[in-house]
Design a protein around this ligand. Structure first.
Ligand code: PHB
Length: 401
């Protein structure tokens, strides 16, 4: 091509769209099909909404999302698509990971690719220790589980608990977090019940019947949100456990906003701990929920997964600007150490030591509002919560030497 032709194309591009935008490619790894498809939709919308609402922040760069399906929550497909995104599509960053096994299986490939990888959901604490390129804008199971353990003992005055959990890494983490805090504050976990896997919703009846027979003050349950959560709340009601004096508690995953209305009256009175509920009353969240409804429909609602992705895209945009679009892995990660953001969930920060999120936790109760709908009523707030598994350096949460 002659110099004149290049100059002409450049002039055309400038007159058509201002300046030539520098493209930044972000590979998105989410379970677009299968049991996690609703999670993928929430996160996909969160990523897209941030870009739409903050187009000015993104300029002069053009962010292209290259979306890949991680399918079943077992890590097999996630690892393959991460490899393809890094080597064939040559992405500048990765975002996503709904399920912990997907992030765990992909960690060595992420490290080899040396590109920033922002985790927008997967919650097993030690994941960020598996690769120096991981930064997490979602949560760890310890944020909610540990805070709930303290609240169960001190606020709900529970003395005994049974824990039921989906039997895979974040379930074990949530159990450990709750037990660690509950027992340090005078409670006793009298039984732990592995209750199926993440790939299919089990019948919770035998697990909860066992818990009911043990008559604890509280039943603490972790499941990976979605249809698992609906089944938990319905089984708790069907077995008459509330009337038997057993309170159902857990991380807010068991009352995921997109599933809450479908749970019906069985959910009223549930007390959970999480960093985000769509009902949070702060100006950023009000703007966020209004923009969400405008974009995706009045009956739709964001949830904690949507916010993890929205914040994740904010982090990526920050890194793009900080590295002037080069997105070299080390520079991109470095630019996020100590990064702060006014998220719809409240103020967040990336801990410069762990690359994990620091955020507020909200103890909340499900109530029926005057509109006849179910709402989350915040009972108390704990500010600037760090991942306690790393703070206590427990097992694989200890920093790598
Ligand atoms: C996870 O696999 O890490 C995970 C999935 C869904 C949740 C929480 C954690 O609600």
């Amino acid at each position: 091509m002659s110099k004149r032709m290049i100059a002409a194309i450049f002039a055309l591009a400038v007159s058509a769209g201002g300046s030539l935008a520098q493209e930044v490619k972000v590979g998105v790894v989410l379970p677009y099909t299968g049991v996690g498809a609703e999670f993928a939709q929430q996160m996909d919308r969160g990523l897209e909404l941030y870009l739409k609402l903050n187009a000015d922040q993104v300029k002069p760069y053009a962010i292209t999302l290259i979306k890949r399906d991680s399918k079943a929550p077992n890590g097999t497909e996630a690892k393959v698509v991460v490899q393809e995104l890094l080597t064939q599509d040559k992405v500048d960053a990765i975002a996503g990971f709904s399920y912990s096994p997907d992030a765990i299986a992909s960690a060595p490939t992420i490290s080899a690719g040396k590109k920033l990888a922002v985790i927008t959901n997967a919650g097993t604490s030690f994941i960020t220790n598996l690769s120096p390129d991981f930064v997490r804008t979602s949560f760890t199971m310890w944020h909610s589980g540990y805070a709930m353990g303290v609240a169960a003992a001190k606020t709900l005055h529970a003395k005994t608990a049974v824990v039921a959990y989906t039997d895979y890494p974040p379930g074990k983490d949530s159990l450990d977090a709750f037990k660690n805090a509950f027992e340090a504050n005078g409670g006793k976990v009298i039984d732990v019940i592995p209750a199926g896997g993440p790939g299919a919703v089990p019948d919770f009846t035998p697990f909860f019947q066992r818990a009911k027979d043990e008559r604890p003050d509280v039943l603490y349950v972790f499941v990976p949100a979605g249809d698992h959560a609906v089944a938990v709340v319905k089984t708790y009601a069907a077995l008459g456990m509330r009337d038997a004096g057993i309170k159902l508690i857990g991380p807010g995953d068991i009352v995921q906003d997109i599933k809450l209305q479908g749970m019906g009256d069985a959910a009223v009175g549930l007390v959970t701990m999480l960093h985000y509920y769509a009902d949070l009353n702060n100006p950023q969240n009000q703007r966020f929920v209004a923009a969400w409804k405008k974009e995706y429909g009045a009956d739709s609602t964001p949830d904690f997964m949507a916010v993890g992705a929205y914040d994740g895209m904010a982090a990526i945009v920050h890194a793009v600007r900080a590295t002037k679009g080069t997105m070299d892995g080390e520079g991109a990660v470095k630019s996020l150490l100590g990064w702060t953001f006014d998220s719809p969930q409240g103020p967040i920060m990336i801990d410069p030591e762990t690359r994990d999120i620091v955020m507020n936790e909200y103890l909340s109760e499900v109530v029926k509002g005057p509109d006849g709908k179910l709402h989350e009523k915040v009972l108390s707030e704990i500010d600037h919560v760090k991942d306690e598994c790393k703070a206590q350096a427990i097992g694989p949460c200890a920093p790598k030497k």
